[in-house]
Ligand binder design. Structure first.
Ligand SMILES: Nc1ncnc2c1ncn2[C@@H]1O[C@H](COP(=O)(O)OP(=O)(O)OP(=O)(O)O)[C@@H](O)[C@H]1O
Length: 336
């Protein structure tokens, strides 16, 4: 039972989303073999990977049936978000991935979903930052109230932090309320550039970029200034909102930003289930799950208090896991 033989057996286990085997993907780390015991770390690409149970079960089964002398298989699971290589090449910021959050129209809860995703990823153990570029309604300072910063240090800006340690930077910190509304092309571009390059971003797994609704100068500038790992679209289940979703999809396609998928927000009984999912399917983009219209979320939108997430099982786990998986697929696709 050599390490080579163990790797050979483990290479029969495939990650169904990435379509490659776990040895080739570099998931198997710190392999040790002694006295009928095989131990290794399975290093997945996103915290709270939905495939965790399936993959560990398959590894265990494959090893036990290949080596009758094995008494114990000990698998530790860890996660390391993979680097979008273009970010390292083009910007000198230690951010691994940048996820744009957009919507076809305003008021669908895009900022709320951005803040919610930040909290969910944080609770799964990822390092998360939020960059609020929504000039028409920079809501992030209210949704993610800072307890520290931002601070100017000469030319540099140290971003703000929430009580939990989510890193936040917002156009709302830099300008008076309403002032940015009149900005156009070049001014927006340089404002966004400062928010990206002048800010001392720490090491982050996911930087969520809250864009203004619709399509316009900010979307264009963001796609030019930043290598966007992918875009998430937020949509409501209202029948009339399906056309907005189509427009949103179209806009990101025109900017050549990969679409990670659609998140339905404010779901409830009124419009029934499945409309947003069907629209997503007809547009050929993944549906990443639903967030209901809820009192707790509405309250968090006013108070910035997301402690309801800490009562019992983590809610919306399916949504954050789906987003994490799509980001992994995208970073591997970019690597070729
Ligand atoms: N799932 C939800 N349940 C209850 N209330 C929600 C939910 N999602 C958003 N809201 C509320 O809806 C309003 C709009 O949300 P939000 O500001 O996040 O939307 P937006 O799409 O970012 O808007 P804008 O167009 O201003 O950028 C807020 O008052 C927010 O608290």
């Amino acid at each position: 039972m050599s390490p080579e033989a163990v790797y050979e057996v483990l290479s029969k286990v495939t990650d169904p989303e990435l379509g490659r085997n776990i040895v080739e993907l570099g998931f198997v780390k710190d392999l040790s073999i002694e006295d009928g015991r095989i131990a290794f770390t399975l290093e997945l690409t996103t915290p709270g990977c939905p495939l965790k149970e399936t993959l560990t079960a398959q590894c265990r089964e494959a090893l036990l049936s290949a080596f009758p002398e094995v008494r114990e298989v000990d698998i530790r699971v860890s996660a390391r978000v993979r680097q979008d290589a273009r970010i390292q090449e083009r910007l000198s910021v230690p951010v691994k991935t940048v996820l744009a959050v957009g919507s076809g129209k305003g008021g669908v809860g895009k900022s709320t979903v951005t803040a919610l995703l930040a909290h969910l990823f944080h609770r799964l153990g990822a390092k998360v930052g939020v960059l609020d570029a929504d000039i028409y309604g920079p809501n992030i300072p209210r949704l993610l109230p800072p307890v520290q910063g931002p601070e100017a240090e000469g030319e540099r800006i140290v971003p703000a932090r929430t009580r939990e340690g989510i890193v936040v930077m917002s156009v709302g910190f830099l300008v008076e309320e309403g002032q940015a509304l009149v900005w156009r092309g070049p001014m927006l571009h340089s404002m966004l550039q400062s928010l990206i390059t002048q800010v001392e971003w720490p090491v982050l797994d996911y930087l969520l970029l809250d864009l203004p609704p619709g399509t316009g100068d900010v979307q264009l500038s963001a796609s030019q200034l930043l290598p966007l790992t992918g875009a998430l679209l937020v949509a409501t289940p209202h029948p009339l909102a399906q056309e907005d979703l189509r427009r949103g999809v179209d806009a990101f396609k025109r900017l050549s930003v990969p679409l990670l998928g659609v998140i339905e927000n404010m779901a409830g009984e009124v419009w029934g289930e499945g409309l947003t999912a069907r629209t997503a399917e007809s547009l050929g983009i993944p549906f990443l799950g639903s967030i209901p219209l809820s009192r707790e979320i509405a309250h968090a939108g006013v108070s910035g208090d997301f402690s309801f997430l800490d009562k019992g099982e983590l809610p919306f786990r399916d949504v954050v896991e789906a987003v994490g998986s799509r980001v992994s697929v995208e970073t591997y696709r970019l690597q070729g």
